[in-house]
Design a protein around this ligand. Structure first.
Ligand code: HEM
Length: 500
């Protein structure tokens, strides 16, 4: 298993975790049986006749595993090379499943414009998310219900609330980074992950739940988060793996805490201006209020959906700024111009930090946290002259679309000013820039993510000057399910207060 797993984003982490010795044999047996069945089923599906031309299939001499190893070594490079050779739609086999990638804006339009009945999300994501968020929310309910839940979130994520969030985020950041002292080298990704759990809980959960956040509660979040693993995607949830047990235990414990907080709010009669209140007041189209269980599940989902995505985005952004010292200096100038000497960050100022905005946008172009969006084809899907058969995992890869040399000038260069739109280095095609997805599954957290990341970045740029340690820019860690930096150590020196 470990040789299969090396460097593969789906299998790499699985290979590490499967060393959980006491149950490894059982897990391996089950994996073999499960993957064998999937393989046989997918062969049967593949052999079903569909009208029309199938997408070109990248051949492999390795049965069952197929392209897993080549893909895992460098997924974006693999997809770009396949695009050059086969065009914008192609299929290949990995661990017995057939993946069909849609590369570039025109092909991706099928994915983003399609209805959930045709390209289904919950059959792909549900096995990962349901044990973490719980029943009746997100991918454990019909998509029409999830869309109503997303609407409730959107109501709660409004500008008036962002105005309140920003000072809280800045305060949490200042408090957290006191431990860093004057200068040194630290793991920035770990720091930002720990910080963002606190800021997101302050902003998205409300004071009752944030006040419960101590180290033991933070540990439950990490255990829950451990549920988003390739193991959980590949193996049945009932297997007695320690990481599955920790995830399930953490789910129960956190839910209990959330029920207490919800009850406290309900019985106090207090009406607060926060997300918990929005969810307590919301009703479905039928007029039904959310149950406590749904509210708790949605709050967990909200926190975790924004946790890794925002912490990786901020970490990569700091590495890009550390590498491009001139841009970092300009960002610091912008901080001084907008927030002055006292540096207190507010909503209007965050909006005015346009260079910082472009830096975040460009960081998301080159290092979007979500590497692949996936759906299951429920029926034959026609795209650019091909017919994708039911049973294929249909995928769009944001980093590939956002790096296509045919549509992005100087595609590998970190150039925030490309978004000034005067240089011609930005693609005009509709689905070429998709770090937050598009269509019915589009992210509802984009505005909050910008507010949160820009507030944290503003605070950090005011505090420190960042540099790469020994000039080393991190590689992408290919064993994690999202694009995190490998060995994310950054160097920093405290800035002197401005004299002018
Ligand atoms: C930099 C930060 C973020 C990035 C790059 C990001 C990226 C994405 C992407 C690519 C999708 C589409 C997934 C798909 O189509 O399969 C998505 C969906 C979603 N995101 Fe985000 N996200 C971020 C932050 C957040 C935050 C902060 C929240 C919550 C406060 C959030 C909540 C959601 C939700 C609820 C969905 C909907 C999923 C669906 O309808 O299937 N995200 N996000």
């Amino acid at each position: 298993m470990s040789t299969l797993g090396s460097n593969n984003p789906f299998l790499g982490a699985a290979a590490k975790q499967i060393t959980e010795a006491s149950v490894a044999t059982l897990a391996l047996l089950t994996t073999t049986v499960l993957l064998g069945i999937t393989y046989a089923a997918s062969k049967l599906l593949a052999e079903q006749k569909v009208d029309g031309k199938l997408p070109p299939h990248i051949p492999s001499t390795i049965p069952f595993l197929g392209q897993a190893i080549s893909f895992g070594q460098d997924p974006v490079q693999f997809l770009l090379a396949a695009y050059d050779k086969y065009g914008p739609v192609f299929s290949f086999t990995m661990v017995g499943k057939t993946f069909t990638y849609l590369i570039g804006s025109d092909a991706s339009a099928l994915f983003f414009n399609s209805r959930n009945e045709n390209l289904n999300a919950e059959l792909v994501y549900g096995r990962l998310t349901t044990p973490v968020f719980g029943k009746g929310v997100a991918y454990d309910c019909p998509n029409s219900v999830f869309l109503e839940q997303k609407k409730m979130f959107k109501t709660g994520l409004n500008i008036a609330r962002f105005r309140q969030h920003i000072p809280m985020i800045q305060e949490e950041t200042l408090t957290y980074f006191k431990r860093w002292g004057e200068s040194g080298q630290q793991n920035i990704f770990q720091a930002l992950s720990e910080l963002i759990i606190l800021t997101a809980s302050s902003c998205l959960h409300g004071k009752e739940i944030r006040s419960m956040m101590d180290e033991s509660v933070a540990k439950y979040y990490w255990d829950l988060d451990g549920g988003f693993s390739s193991m959980a995607w590949l193996l049945p949830g009932w297997l007695p793996l320690p990481s599955f047990r920790r995830r399930d235990e953490a789910h129960k414990k956190l839910k209990q805490q959330f029920y207490t907080a919800i009850q406290k709010r309900r019985t106090s009669g207090d009406v607060e201006d926060d997300m918990l209140q929005t969810l307590l007041d919301s009703t479905y189209k039928t007029g039904r209020h959310l149950t406590d269980d749904e509210i708790a599940g949605m709050l967990i989902g909200l926190l975790l959906a924004g946790q890794h995505t925002s912490s990786t985005t901020s970490a990569w952004m700091l590495f890009f700024l550390a590498k491009n010292k001139d841009i970092q200096d300009q960002c610091y100038e912008e901080q001084l111009n907008v927030f002055g000497k006292d540096g207190a960050v507010d909503y209007d100022g965050v909006k005015q930090c346009e260079l910082l905005d472009r830096c975040m946008k460009e960081s998301l172009r080159l290092r979007p946290p979500i590497f692949t969006m996936m759906r299951l084809a429920m029926n034959p899907q026609k795209v650019l002259g091909y017919t994708i058969p039911p049973g294929h995992q249909v995928c769009v890869s944001p980093p590939t679309n956002m790096r296509l040399p045919q549509v992005w000038e100087q595609n590998l260069v970190y150039d925030p000013d490309r978004f000034l739109d005067t240089t011609g280095a930005v693609s005009e095609e509709k689905f070429s820039y998709v770090p937050f997805g598009a269509g019915r599954h589009r992210c509802i957290g984009e505005s909050f993510a910008y507010v949160q990341v820009k507030t944290i970045m503003s605070t950090l740029l005011q505090l420190y000057e960042f540099h790469l340690v020994d000039g080393r820019f991190p590689n992408i860690d290919k064993t994690t399910m999202i694009q995190t930096p490998e060995n994310p150590i950054i160097g920093y020196t405290r800035r002197q207060p401005p004299t002018h």
